[in-house]
Structure formats: C-alpha cells, structure tokens
Ligand binder design. Sequence first.
Ligand code: NDP
Length: 317
Amino acid sequence: MMNRITELFSIKFPLIQAGMIWCSDWKLASAVSNSGGLGIIGSGSMYPEVLDAQIIKCKNATSKPFAVNLPMLYPDIDKHIATIIKHNVPIVFTSAGNPKTWTKHLKDHGIIVVHVVSSLKFALKAQDAGVDAIVAEGFEAGGHNGRDETTTLCLLPMIAGALKIPLIAAGGIGTGRGMLAAMNLGADGVQIGSRFVASSESSAHEKFKNRVVEAKEGDTELTLKEITPVRLIKNDFYFQLKEAYSKGATTDELKQLLGRGRAKKGMFEGDMEDGELEIGQISGLIEKVQPAAEIIEEILSEYSKALEEQKTKKFKF
Ligand code: NDP
C-alpha cells in the first residue's frame, strides 16, 4: 500500500495513530509502529523528563519510525523540542498553535513536520509555513478540536482540492470503510484516535476504556468553545457544565469549573463522573478493547474488502 504518506514516513500502511494526552505513551506508539502504521507519543500530558524517558523506551521497543505529538500551547515546549532533537525523533506532529513558530527549527534538524488543522484557512497557512503534510481533523474527532464544527466529510474535499502536500484525514474514522471513505475524499492517509484509546496498550485507565466501549451514538458533545473546544463524553462533569451554561456562566466561571488536571482525573485516573473524558463520535461503533495490532489488521482487512466491493459494485443512480 504505497503512496505519498507511506513514502514520507517510511511506513507500510497509511494508518496513523493519534497522539492523545494520557492515552498514547510508548507502549501504544511502538505497538502501532511495529504493526506497520505510524505510532505517536502524545507529549502534551508529559513533563519534560517523562517525555525523555518515553522516547528512550519507544526506541527500545521498535526499530520502526514513530512520531511525537507536540501541542504548541504546552508550557515547556522548548524543553520538549530539545528532547525530540536530542533523540533524533524522525517525525513531529504539531497542533494547537501557529505552525510558523517551530516548523523551520524542526526541519533544520532533519525532522519531518506535520501540522493538525480543522479548517482550510489553517491548512493553507501550515502549507505556507513549510510543513510536510497536514492532518485535517473534522468535528467528529475526540478531544480538542476547531470552533467551526466542519465535519470530516466536508473538510477533506475542501482541503484536498487546495493543497499540494499530502493530506491525512482525522475525525470519525475507526473502521476500514471509514478509511476508504476518507481516501475517496482525497486523503492520502488516516489518523485514528478513539479506536486506539480502547486498545490494550493504551495508557488510558481501564474504566475509561470500558466507558468508550459502552458509548453509544449521541454520548459525546463538543463543548467549552469559550476556552478550548473539546469533545467529551456526557458525564456528571458535562452536566455541571450544561447547568452553568443555562445560568449564563461567564468564561471565567467556566474556567473555574473546569479547573486544572480534569483530563488526567478522567482518562488516566479513572474518575468517570468528575473527570474530562475526551473521545470521538466514532466511540459509538467501538465494541471491545483489543491489541493495537488486531485493530490495525481489522481496519486494513475491511478496507481491502470494501475497496474490492467498490471496484466491482454496479452503482445505481
Ligand atoms: P490542565 O492545565 O488542566 O492540566 C495540565 C496537565 O498537564 C496536568 O494534569 C499536568 O500533570 C500535565 N502536565 C504535563 N506537563 C506539564 C507541564 N510542563 N506543566 C504543567 N502541567 C503539565 O491541562 P489539560 O489537562 O486540559 O491539558 C493537558 C495538555 O494537553 C496541555 O498542557 C496541552 O499540552 C495539551 N492540550 C492540547 C490541545 C491540542 O492538541 N489541541 C488543546 C489543549 C490542551 P500533573 O497533574 O501530573 O501535574
């Protein structure tokens, strides 16, 4: 399955695991890379010394390329960047910030840079900043997302038609059919998050993994747009937010209610009521916790089958 994305990253399949805070440490990243995809360490929830140790562990667990996701609003970003360069990490996915700030520095050190966007405007900005590829993340995605609520179905063709560099689709993809749909809309590869949260290797708390498996259609919502928009599961914390909104809460009051470390409390420590449970809409289709290798195998096998059906299908209009 060779294309611009597999060539860019030197991987076997254009299937990339999202770098998710509290869920994707070296175990998941190396398992995905060892299975022929691209594994990503989510560094946003890691203190600098933690990321350093994680990269060493990942290198010991795989000889294949892997990446680090770097949210640009991370408070000690310069330390993370120094660590990434020190360990010759080959690929960095940047998000939540201006791609102009760090792209040149990373590329001067021979690092492949991919930037995550949720709109056409920012995709073009990232291309101008010199990144090697774009992740276009639609409204369906879990965790932090764009304000405009553009769905993956609309975002992909808009960006694909305007972009020269490779395009990776994200948001709402968790199956082989979903992967094929994204490729049909112009993507060169897919990035999958939620499905890997429910993997055996994910560092998420078991209670959160099980909650993701239980989730049904309609169980998540994109909220907190006044602070940083985030898609999360509707639990007690969500209903507290809803009540605050109904009483006309100010941004400061919402910030106070959110507090600090809620994502850790929910996804890592397993507080299903008061924690922030970030997951995508595709959670409604996730049926069990599986090893990452099995997830990849299932997705690729369904993709091939669907592609074959598509080739032979007699479309009725
Ligand atoms: P909070 O401000 O609520 O809490 C910060 C959390 O990050 C704490 O749990 C803390 O761990 C951990 N942490 C890791 N390294 C550091 C550090 N150097 N300084 C301070 N805290 C650190 O943030 P969230 O939990 O909502 O978000 C966590 C991270 O997620 C952000 O720092 C950011 O990097 C990333 N993020 C990414 C976004 C994106 O990609 N679009 C958007 C928003 C956030 P401990 O509790 O052990 O102290």
